[in-house]
Ligand binder design. Structure first.
Ligand code: RNT
Ligand code: ZN
Length: 425
């Protein structure tokens, strides 16, 4: 770009922004190069409203739900891949796709979730290979008649537990196959909706059963070069307000003892509790973290993520200490009241913007003031960082990646909506 005679506006703004950052001892080119290497796993379930493609009417059996009826929900895996293709054209950077265990490509007579194999997901595998995408997976412990009274892995009945254990094992095998074929490990995340609406008489027995079920699910050792296991906690959900069996304390202990990834979902904690502070706490002592990046609003945990303080602090804490390789980013929200591609694109771009802002932070300056106990100076510094010209670096990055900037991407989404989504019944 330096050698070219005429620079366009984006390039001119980028050059000026680079001057400002260099004054702060930050190399924006390096920040962009790092950003390009951070995989963000995009949650396929925004596209089908977490309904899955098993072709039986399972949506109302509970455990996980979406609100809204915006036209264009993907009704099968081909439609979903088509929608993802269109969304991915508007999301810069390195991407993976995360599937729920019921977003099958095809069904076979008599084969239920407990016996799914890679053959149920072969279309996904071919597509991922063609598009050089990594894949992640999460067993779907909801929207199925075997979710009885809202219980799966911690259900008192051994037969029901076995069904869900087998589903989780099936998903681990499918994940391992994704990992092997695509050359990047698949993250397989276990989240169960089990819990009580009202105050239980016995919190211990279901937690003991959940521990035992998880031990069985993870009994088979699978090489971490192809599969990484994660477990996800939650404070409460609709219908399980009084007790969630898989609480944060439960899974934090489980992950630490069994060397699994703990999954922190930003919508799964008390509203004043931020997951950003948890990252250094876990990594200072042990391993790795899966982030489910989401946004809680009152009792819902799944709104499209915004470029707000919460997201900025998560990205900051994930990037600035040099342990980025220990953090896995997966988006997890579903809004069926807006265009689903817009939901994907806006949220994914916000994730990437937050990461870029974090990578551009003149960390050394604030740290020097902190180390000298100059907390007033540190405060002034951190506030100053907020007005640094990261937007010019972002626009340049989009242009370099052949993507429209934030001002223009909705045009593409509107055309796709007209050409494709509005035609779906
Ligand atoms: C639910 C959990 C879980 C789900 C997905 C669809 O509260 O966050 O991760 O969002 O399984
Ligand atoms: Zn989640």
């Amino acid at each position: 770009m330096k050698g070219s005679i005429i620079m366009n506006r984006t390039e001119r703004a980028f050059e000026i922004a680079c001057e400002v950052y260099r004054e702060h001892n930050v190399d924006p080119v390096k920040a962009v190069e790092t950003l390009k290497t951070i995989p963000v796993s995009i949650h396929a379930w925004q596209g089908d409203d977490v309904v899955g493609f098993e072709q039986f009417d399972s949506a109302l059996t509970g455990g996980c739900q979406v609100t809204g009826n915006y036209p264009g929900r993907a009704r099968n895996s081909e439609e979903l891949r088509k929608d993802l293709d269109a969304a991915l054209r508007l999301i810069p950077g390195k991407k993976k796709i995360c599937l729920q265990g019921h977003q099958v490509d095809r069904m076979f007579p008599g084969v239920d979730r407990d016996a799914f194999t890679i053959d149920n997901f072969s279309g996904w595998l071919d597509w991922a290979k063609q598009n050089q995408l990594g894949m992640d997976i999460a067993p779907a412990f909801y929207s199925h008649p075997k979710l009885d009274h809202g219980f799966s892995l911690s259900h008192p009945d051994a037969g029901i537990r076995k069904f869900w254990i087998d589903h989780a094992v099936a998903c681990r095998h499918i994940g391992a196959e994704f990992g092997r074929t695509l050359g990047t490990p698949a993250v397989c995340n276990v989240w169960v909706p089990d819990g009580f609406k009202d105050i239980p008489a016995d919190r211990f027995a279901p937690r003991k059963r959940l521990t035992e079920s998880l031990d069985t699910v993870f009994a088979e050792k699978i090489d971490e070069s192809v599969l990484l296991d994660a477990v996800e906690s939650k404070l409460f959900g609709i219908g399980v307000e009084s007790c969630t069996i898989g609480s944060n304390d439960f899974y934090l202990m489980y992950a630490a003892k069994n060397n699994k990834l703990i999954c922190f979902d930003s919508g799964h904690f008390h509203p004043t509790e931020s997951i950003a502070d948890k990252l250094s706490a876990v990594i200072a002592q042990q391993g790795r973290i899966l982030l489910h990046v989401s946004r809680g609003v009152r009792w819902d945990s799944d709104h499209v993520i915004l470029l707000n303080d919460e997201l900025l602090s998560i990205a900051r804490e994930a990037t600035v200490y040099g342990y980025l390789d220990k953090i896995h980013f997966c988006l997890d929200y579903f809004d069926a009241s807006i265009n689903r591609l817009a939901a994907w694109v806006i949220g994914s771009r916000n994730m990437q913007k937050a990461l870029l802002i974090a990578l551009l932070e003149p960390k050394g300056l604030a740290c020097a003031e902190e180390n000298a106990w100059d907390f007033s100076g540190r405060l002034a510094r951190l506030e100053e960082f907020k007005t640094l010209p990261w937007g010019s670096i972002w626009n340049y990055y989009c242009e370099q990646s052949g993507m429209p900037d934030d001002y223009h991407f909705m045009n593409e989404i509107r055309s796709y909506e007209k050409a494709e989504l509005l035609k779906r019944g």
